[in-house]
Design a protein around this ligand. Structure first.
Ligand SMILES: Cc1ncc(COP(=O)(O)O)c(C=O)c1O
Length: 396
């Protein structure tokens, strides 16, 4: 069974894990590979003149090739980072800040995670440029008509989430990218919530940068990936300077090496990178199509059960990534979450690093379940029973 690949579910503890948008569980293959890499196979990479180091370097670079294949990129367009947040910051400081001027603007959406919002406020403060927000249409999609007005010849960058961690549906990235390209703007996509659920093809999407995290797709924690078009990476200065990103260093001058290594100074999260290959192979083996089908079926089931709850108010009317965000009218999300926690239901409550979105929606917060293909109907049933119990307690 699919669920059997995840040691998390071996435990006696009976947590109903529905917080997969925050982080997914890791496969046995990933965990075993990481332990092996950190124990009997450990050495640094790219710098040892001995067999073990060469072997690890090959494995490390093999993950890069697999990652590139996974999103239809070239190997040298894949930079290993610590996560989506770092990837976005790298683009901000190394690509945007050196080139943007005060007459220009950056366009994001109102639904961005703080990882793709606060940094742009900072860049705005440092450069004097303007920050613009695309709002939502009645379906919770980015408002394309408004986007048409906001994205103009002064737009330096469009930076939006492929899937919002609150709304859960696939956003019209291709249409937005086309709009941005017509105006000569660059495009960065926050793919943190998309990669585990949708087929990402950076060439088809024609994006310049795409950032995501391994820990949201059954992989190791502390590892992120930034895709960047090679012609842009070639011109981009690094954000971090140090070892393994140089060709020649003299007292007064350094020649930098080519991308992607130029952006990977210092020792990487070696075992995480090596283990990440297992997460990608696992997804390739099970196929996105099957994973999506399983998730959609269970998400539809969850919606059906939730529909029966009196006073339910959905934050987003649909979901393609297993994310369902909702409130129960008249009750506080934090009170419900506390009572759910007492019944071993692991979900999120609050504003999910998206305070601007919640202000826009005029909600103080919400509850969120995020379903993964390893969840099953029993998880949903246990959650619904616990939710009904929590509501009953609070309404009594
Ligand atoms: C849409 C979105 N963007 C960015 C992030 C940040 O990811 P990380 O913490 O792995 O850097 C998250 C994490 O939840 C997210 O959901």
């Amino acid at each position: 069974m699919f669920r059997d690949h995840f040691p998390f579910f071996d435990q006696v503890n009976n947590t109903v894990f529905l917080d997969n948008a925050a982080s997914t569980q890791k496969t046995r293959g990933v965990l075993d590979a990481q332990i092996l890499s950190d124990s009997v196979e450990h050495s640094n990479v790219h710098r040892g003149n001995y067999a073990l180091s060469r072997q690890n370097t090959d494995a490390f670079e093999m993950t890069r090739a697999l990652t590139a294949q996974f999103i239809n990129a070239q190997k040298d367009e894949i930079i290993f980072t610590s996560g989506t947040t770092f990837g976005i910051n790298l683009v901000a400081y190394s690509f945007v800040l050196p080139s943007i001027n005060s007459d220009q603007n950056i366009v994001i959406s109102i639904a961005e995670h703080h990882a793709n919002l606060v940094i742009w406020q900072r860049i705005t403060a440092l450069s004097g440029c303007e920050l613009r927000y695309i709002e939502l249409d009645d379906n919770g999609d980015y408002d394309l008509l408004q986007a048409q007005e906001l994205i103009d010849e002064n737009t330096f960058l469009l930076s939006v989430a492929h899937v919002s961690n609150v709304l859960g549906q696939l956003q019209p990235i291709k249409a937005l990218t086309t709009l941005a390209k017509q105006c000569g703007a660059f495009v960065l996509i926050d793919g943190a919530q998309a990669v585990a659920h949708v087929d990402v093809d950076v060439e088809y999407l024609n994006v310049d940068f795409y950032a995501f995290s391994a820990h949201k797709m059954f992989g190791p924690t502390g590892l992120g990936i930034l895709y960047g078009k090679s012609e842009l990476l070639n011109k981009m200065p690094p954000l971090i300077y140090g070892g393994e990103m140089v060709e020649k260093v003299t007292r007064n001058h350094t020649t930098l090496t080519k991308p992607p290594h130029r952006f990977e100074a210092g020792t990487a999260a070696i075992s995480a990178v090596i283990a990440f290959a297992h997460a990608i192979e696992f997804m390739n083996f099970h196929t996105l199509e099957n994973l999506q089908a399983a998730n959609s079926k269970l998400t539809a089931y969850a919606f059906k059960q939730l529909d029966q709850i009196k006073n339910i108010k959905y934050i987003s009317p649909k979901s393609s990534a297993g994310i369902i965000t909702f409130n129960i009218k008249g009750l506080h999300h934090a009170d419900i979450a506390m009572l759910l926690d007492e019944q071993n239901i692991a979900l999120r409550a609050g504003t999910f690093c998206a305070q601007v979105l919640f202000e826009y929606l005029k909600e103080s917060g919400a509850l969120r379940i995020a379903i993964s293909p390893y969840n099953n109907q029993n998880d949903i049933d246990l959650f619904i029973t616990a939710l009904n119990k929590a509501i009953q307690i609070l309404e009594d």
